[in-house]
Design a protein around this ligand. Structure first.
Ligand SMILES: Cc1ncc(COP(=O)(O)O)c(C=O)c1O
Length: 377
């Protein structure tokens, strides 16, 4: 393990009892995150109401996420989930018959399809882009995105096989065709560097509970300010107004930038957690985490194959994320059986995902894979 990371291990109480390699589902909770949750609770207990503190924390959290992806704070909306972020975008767009196509890919998390299919009633047409051998080559985007495409949705890293897509390359292609780009970064933010300006990303959403070390209840939506200001969200509320303290029911003035996608009172307890999590993440640094996880996942693949596991990936290891997934029949049952041995992995359909973070050691990954391989025999 990288020496600079080992000093952080003691911040994660779960690691003394469990091998936690399930960051693709829920990252391990660090002591400062746990403390932040308690702080929120204690403020309510001792002050009765902590609205001022909580709204200040909301802004501080927005700033931290903006720093993580190189955006401006008012290009960020804080929402309950990625599904909400997608719905916020979907209910803000206009679907003209000559420009109403939404492309989703079969590598996307199912919620992406669910949200967009629901828009067909309102004029959108959803097209499914299919992966080939577990990934989508750039030439597929060249072929499928046309002048009719309003928006192309894709996952930066696949939730199932961990493949990482080339954001900059895809952004260049979709923009050339006149489409906007929506990136689901739920499986990459926190362990793969993202620079929305350099990559020219129009919209990006991510949960905080996975590699970003937070808990459920907070997701972020980034949208380029100039784009956000062209839309008038139909899914809205007082937090999406220029001033939520105006209390003016007769008028509606959207907030500047992407804040306009916010609706009602956020889950402040999750915001407190997200703030502490982002602070820790920025302190550790996403680039060193990325470097380390590439090494760990290369090891996981090689060690898994040596132990007779079948890898769910025909591609070069360079383009995979921290997730290594192995084909396993009865994956959910195996996840449960490993949990009984204090090993936390994550099942999806017929794969088991091994998803370490910077706080994991190579030995833990090897142990989890050794125990997993016993089910393959
Ligand atoms: C890539 C990806 N996107 C979206 C989601 C779901 O996000 P939410 O539950 O915040 O809508 C998940 C899974 O939890 C995911 O893995």
């Amino acid at each position: 393990m990288n020496n600079s990371f080992s000093s952080y291990r003691s911040l994660f109480p779960i690691l003394s009892e469990y091998v936690h390699v399930a960051s693709c589902s829920q990252g391990a909770i660090a002591q400062p995150v746990s403390q932040a949750i308690e702080d929120y609770h204690n403020e309510l207990l001792s002050l009765g109401t902590n609205w001022k503190q909580a709204t200040l924390k909301l802004e501080a959290t927005r700033e931290k996420f903006a720093e993580l992806i190189n955006a401006e704070p008012d290009e960020i909306a804080i929402l309950p989930s990625v599904s909400d972020a997608l719905s916020a975008v979907a209910t803000s767009l206009s679907y003209h018959p000559s420009k109403n196509e939404i492309i989703v890919t079969d590598m996307d998390f199912p919620t992406v399809g669910h949200v967009w299919y629901a828009q067909e009633k309102y004029g959108a047409t959803v097209s499914l882009m299919r992966s080939l051998d577990g990934g989508i080559p750039l030439k597929q985007y060249e072929k499928d995105v046309t002048e009719r495409t309003l928006l192309t949705c894709m996952s930066h890293a696949s939730y199932e096989n961990g493949i990482v897509q080339n954001l900059k390359g895809i952004a260049d292609i979709v923009h050339k065709k006149g489409s906007l780009l929506f990136v689901d970064a739920s499986q990459s933010a926190g362990h793969i560097p993202i620079d929305v300006k350099e990559m020219n990303i129009d919209m990006l959403a991510t949960v905080t509970r996975k590699y970003m070390l937070g808990i459920p209840g907070v997701a972020f939506l980034y949208m380029k300010k100039e784009l956000a200001e062209q839309v008038k969200p139909r899914h809205t509320g007082w937090f999406g107004q220029e001033s939520e303290t105006k209390f003016d029911i007769f008028h509606s003035t959207y907030a500047a930038g992407s804040r306009r996608f916010e609706t009602g009172t956020p889950s402040f307890i999750s915001v407190y957690a997200a703030h502490a999590a982002l602070k820790l993440l920025l302190d550790v640094g996403v680039s060193p985490i990325h470097f380390y996880l590439k090494e760990l996942s290369r090891f996981a693949k090689e060690f898994g194959v040596q132990n007779g596991l079948q890898i769910n990936l025909p591609f070069d290891t360079e383009i995979t994320s921290g997730i290594t997934s192995f084909h396993m029949a009865n994956a959910s049952e195996i996840e449960q059986r490993l949990k009984e041995k204090n090993i936390l992995v994550s099942a999806r359909n017929n794969v088991i995902r091994i998803a370490p973070h910077f706080y994991n050691t190579k030995e833990e990954v090897a142990y989890a894979i050794t125990e997993l391989s016993k089910f393959a025999k």
